[in-house]
Design a protein around this ligand. Structure first.
Ligand code: MTE
Ligand code: MOS
Length: 771
């Protein structure tokens, strides 16, 4: 108390609920986003000319008036590209500017670089474009029927599912449409490129993938990777939407900078961003389950079809993850998972929090609700009976689940939130209220952690210890609000037992840590935390040799300083002494996830190092006259292993849940028959607001949580899994709809469960249930 300085020094840094390092700066406005960087002299502003057709041959592209317009310095088209006109992550099918044929409405045809943004925009409108229309394939269903896909249909198999379903005492089949989702990051796509000498480029961009940005820019510009430096201090949200789809804008700005020798900036406005960048894939799912009289599964078959858009982007891996999570937390016994990846004339869909997992997972949850309803059992009991660890442990891809804690979490949550009593109360309410119906559901999440493309599971870090005892921390991960930087800083501070303030968080840069993976798959802190720890350990090894030689004792790092035998030395004095003895105080750390492998040809292996688990119980109330609804109470129990930072993790759980709730309730993407996205602004696309937050919202981190694998301080990834906890909202809405038919017939409810869909589903249930 008397010596607050000493108290602060001895506070543990690891596992502590420390606020986000940027939080005060976010609030004060001091946090720098790319559009806040003071504009360099001579800056050019870019605006993109877009295709007005979803599918057409471009018969004329006359840019004469565009070039002559006031303030225009350059107009960029494919002929200006010195390298390849391709910004795809691997498939070679994503042109920077369309050539000859346009494949979605909003596709970039050219870009104008002008003295001001209004001038660039006005000039772009002067383009004369003529098209010869071709028929567009807009939906996944239409593309599948036409045989248009981005790769052959993939199949994952465990045993003979169709035979198991046929032999089971009961079976059910159903169909579910699951909508896509716009990322709606607050900071839109933006990049600033400043040319240096000798063709060097410095690129500030809002991306989850600095290395891929660097590599693709080098490919487009036909220059070495080493000429391009990409820097990211932070993103104002990414959510998967800046894993690949940030690259196009950086490439345009880089092309303009290279051509004009002037700095160039591009910043999409919201409507353009929504039209020109990909979203979560929407899916159509057919399912079939065989089960016994207690609702225990005997076999399951799923046929998934997703709208990939005009190019592959990351659709291979995203659809793979949908297959990986078709089982959610349940042992299917026998499984057949067929996955079609349909190529449509719409914007190329991309990564979005959960990466296909949510779309795969929701079908089994709806199917288990149908099983429970058909048997007159509580869906909670049917779920419990089928969990990994209860009824089996083999996944459809041959990985054995050894770490399932779903049952423990579900039981603890059910107890804490009084599930059984509330189930009875909801039934009573529904029996006595005609207009307002309640629904309740408790669902689990099991989410596989690791990039399923095995080589991506690597990371690097760069740590410098300066002679004043301060530490410069750099790693390959990017900060998008998820708290990665503070977590890795905690790891580094803990390694040397210095206060967190001694560790300086810095921008992610491709010239400091090279050849990194995207910050994605929730693996940011798992990978970069380990790489940073590895760098700290390397410096500590050198310091240990020095201390043994100089002081005759190995150093022990403590919050009070470095203990060397009987001696206690301030950290600063110790590292300064090491410097004078010519010890290197800088190290590049590295980490690769052990023990994972996957054979994509057979869809078997151990793609995941471990699983993250959680469960949520949601209660909703639905107005049967209007379809309006409210999530009135949510209880969550989520496993983050031994939390590196419970404050950050709670934020991720809350934010992920709300984002998932938006996906399944109010966020609706509508493409018209011509392929035009009609919901391209917040006026027509509704994300959740503070008012949609459940009145009662209890979130707890599972106390018993501990990673059984040797992850960074036994923590677990948290970025994506909580989004899927919101499936409980969808199931609760289904429950409320079913109540209007006395739970005699299963509702046909698609996602998002908008008021219109709820109203239609209730009318349908009433008619099928016979009034
Ligand atoms: N949280 C915030 N605030 N903003 C984001 O953009 N992205 C999510 C998740 N949480 C995101 C977020 C996604 S899609 C992923 S994959 C992870 O964060 C990435 O970060 P991590 O690997 O460090 O968890
Ligand atoms: Mo997250 S969808 O893996 O960027």
């Amino acid at each position: 108390m008397a010596d607050s300085g000493a108290a602060a020094r001895t506070l543990p840094v690891l596992n502590a609920p420390i606020g986000h390092d940027s939080a005060p700066r976010h609030v004060s406005g001091e946090a720098l986003y790319i559009d806040d960087i003071p504009e360099p002299r001579g800056l050019l502003h870019l605006h993109v000319g877009q295709s007005a057709r979803a599918h057409a041959r471009v018969t004329k592209l006359d840019l004469t008036k565009v070039r002559a317009a006031p303030g225009v310095v350059a107009v960029l088209t494919p002929v200006d590209i010195p390298g390849k006109n391709d910004i795809s992550p691997f498939a070679g099918d994503d042109p920077l500017f369309a050539e000859g044929e346009v494949k979605f409405m909003g596709q970039a045809l050219f870009a104008v670089a002008a003295e001001t943004l209004p001038k660039a925009r006005a000039a772009a409108a002067l383009a004369v474009v003529e098209y010869e229309d071709l028929p567009p394939l807009v939906t996944a269903g239409a593309a599948l029927a036409a045989g248009e896909r981005i790769e052959p249909t993939q199949v994952m198999k465990l045993g003979d599912a169709r035979a198991a379903v046929a032999a089971a005492p009961h079976s059910l089949a159903g169909h579910l449409n699951v909508g896509g989702q716009e990322h709606f990051y607050l900071e839109g796509q933006v990049a600033l490129v400043v040319p240096g000498e000798g063709g060097d480029l410095h690129v500030w961009t809002s991306t989850q993938h600095p290395t891929e940005t660097q590599h693709i820019l080098a490919r487009v510009l036909a220059c070495p990777d080493a000429a391009v430096t990409v820097e990211v201090r932070r993103m104002g949200g990414g959510f998967g939407g800046k894993e690949t789809q940030s690259v196009q804008w950086a490439a345009m700005a880089a092309l303009a900078a290279l051509k004009t020798r002037r700095p160039a900036k591009i910043r999409l406005d919201r409507d353009d961003d929504m039209v020109m960048t990909g979203k979560r894939h929407d899916f159509e799912v057919d399912w079939e389950l065989g089960f016994d009289g207690e609702g225990r599964l005997k076999g399951a078959a799923f046929e998934l079809n997703s709208r990939c858009g005009f190019s592959a982007d990351l659709s291979h891996a995203i659809n793979d993850r949908a297959m990986f999570h078709a089982d959610n937390a349940y042992a299917l016994q026998a499984a057949e998972i067929v996955s079609h990846r349909s190529r449509t004339h719409t914007v190329s869909n991309t990564a979005f929090r959960g990466f296909g997992g949510p779309q795969g997972m929701i079908a089994i949850e709806q199917a288990l609700d149908a099983v429970a309803l058909s048997l007159g059992r509580d869906p909670f009991d049917v779920r419990l009976a089928n969990l990994y660890g209860v009824s089996g442990d083999l996944t459809p891809y041959g990985q054995t689940v050894t770490d399932s804690v779903a049952r423990e979490i579900m039981l603890e949550l059910a107890e804490n939130c009084d599930y059984r009593a509330r189930r009875a109360a909801v039934a009573k309410w529904n029996a006595t209220n005609d207009h307002l119906k309640r629904g309740l559901a408790l669902t689990p999440v099991k989410f596989g952690i690791s990039f399923t493309t095995t080589h991506l599971n690597q990371a690097g870090a760069l740590v410098h210890v300066y002679t004043d005892g301060s530490i410069h921390l750099n790693h390959g991960g990017t900060e998008m609000g998820q708290g990665l930087n503070i977590k890795v800083a905690q790891v580094a501070a803990d390694a040397f037992k210095v206060p967190l303030s001694a560790v300086r968080i810095t921008s992610t840069r491709t010239d400091k840590v090279p050849n990194t993976s995207a910050t994605a798959a929730s693996s940011g802190s798992d990978l970069n935390g380990m790489a940073a720890l590895n760098a700290c350990r390397m410096i500590q090894e050198r310091l240990a040799a020095f201390a043994l030689e100089t002081y005759g004792a190995a150093p022990v790092y403590t919050p009070d300083g470095v203990r060397l035998g009987d001696q206690l030395m301030p950290f600063k004095a110790f590292v300064n002494a090491a410097y004078l003895a010519r010890v290197s105080l800088s190290a590049a750390g590295f980490y690769k996830t052990p023990d994972i492998h996957y054979d994509r040809a057979t869809h078997t292996g151990r793609p995941f190092y471990y699983y993250a688990y959680g469960a949520a119980c949601s209660e909703v109330v639905v107005d049967t006259l209007t379809g309006e609804n409210k999530v009135v109470r949510v209880d969550i129990l989520h496993d983050v292993g031994r939390s590196l930072n419970p404050a950050i993790d709670l934020g991720q759980i809350e934010g992920g849940f709300i984002q998932g709730m938006g996906w399944l309730t109010t966020e609706e993407l509508v493409f018209d028959a011509k392929g035009r996205l009609t919901t391209h602004a917040p006026s027509t696309y509704k994300i959740p607001t503070a008012g949609d937050r459940p009145d009662v919202f209890n979130i707890a981190i599972w106390r018993a949580g501990e990673n059984r694998e040797d992850t960074i301080h036994r923590s677990k990834a948290v970025g994506e899994p909580p989004l899927m906890l919101a499936i409980s909202v969808f199931c609760a809405l289904t429950d409320a709809v079913a109540s209007v038919g006395g739970h005699r017939v299963m509702p046909n409810l698609d996602a998002p469960a908008t008021p219109e869909r709820l109203l239609a589903a209730m009318a349908d249930v009433r008619s099928r249930a016979g009034g």
